[in-house]
Design a protein around this ligand. Structure first.
Ligand code: SF4
Length: 186
């Protein structure tokens, strides 16, 4: 099976703790987090994806909007740049524990103004929650890679993450990206 994901959900999956727009949205996101943790293939798509699915029949949903599509493009550029690879619609890959830990390190650093991995988060109503989750070391996140998808460098990356946390906690926290008057998105 393949999980269809839009660009900015590569960020959202890192901090998702079960909170969402509706119970159906969260239930579906929980299922997808479980599938990703099992190592299912990701197919990058344009526009509404498997996480958006419970919302797209709502005519007020922001999922198809240009604002959210731009968020996707920003996220693909930032995450791809962080990983040192080109991420684009149509691309396929699988998550590994190392990749998720590495992305969480980058997200955490961007939450205190180091790097631009969270460029796509600007204007999102969930930004301060995601900043808190990252700053606290990702307690309760639903995406937890299964043992079968751990790899040899997992321990090294986990140690880096802990060290990164210590450094970040030693600094005063900066505010989350400034909110804009744009449609919020998760
Ligand atoms: S701030 Fe918004 S776009 Fe960024 S990870 Fe959180 S929910 Fe996703």
């Amino acid at each position: 099976m393949t999980v269809r994901l839009r660009g900015h959900h590569l960020l959202c999956m890192l901090t998702y703790v079960g909170k969402g727009y509706t119970p159906a949205f969260s239930k579906n996101f929980d299922r997808i987090a479980g599938r990703l943790a099992e190592g299912e293939d990701i197919l990058l798509v344009e526009g509404p994806d498997d996480i958006c699915a419970p919302l797209v029949s709502d005519c007020g949903a922001h999922c198809p909007s240009e604002t959210v599509r731009q968020r996707d493009r920003d996220a693909l550029a930032a995450v791809g740049g962080f990983l040192g690879s080109v991420l684009q619609v149509g691309g396929r890959f699988c998550l590994t524990s190392t990749m998720v830990a590495h992305l969480r390190n980058g997200f955490m650093a961007a939450s205190v103004g180091e790097g631009d991995m969270r460029r796509a988060c600007e204007g999102c109503e969930w930004a301060s929650l995601c900043t808190t989750i990252a700053g606290d070391g990702y307690p309760g996140v639903r995406l937890a890679m299964k043992a079968a998808h751990m790899d040899r460098t997992h321990a090294d990356v986990s140690e880096q993450r802990v060290n990164g946390l210590r450094q970040i906690r030693d600094r005063s926290r900066r505010p989350a990206p400034a909110a804009r008057n744009s449609t919020p998105v998760r």
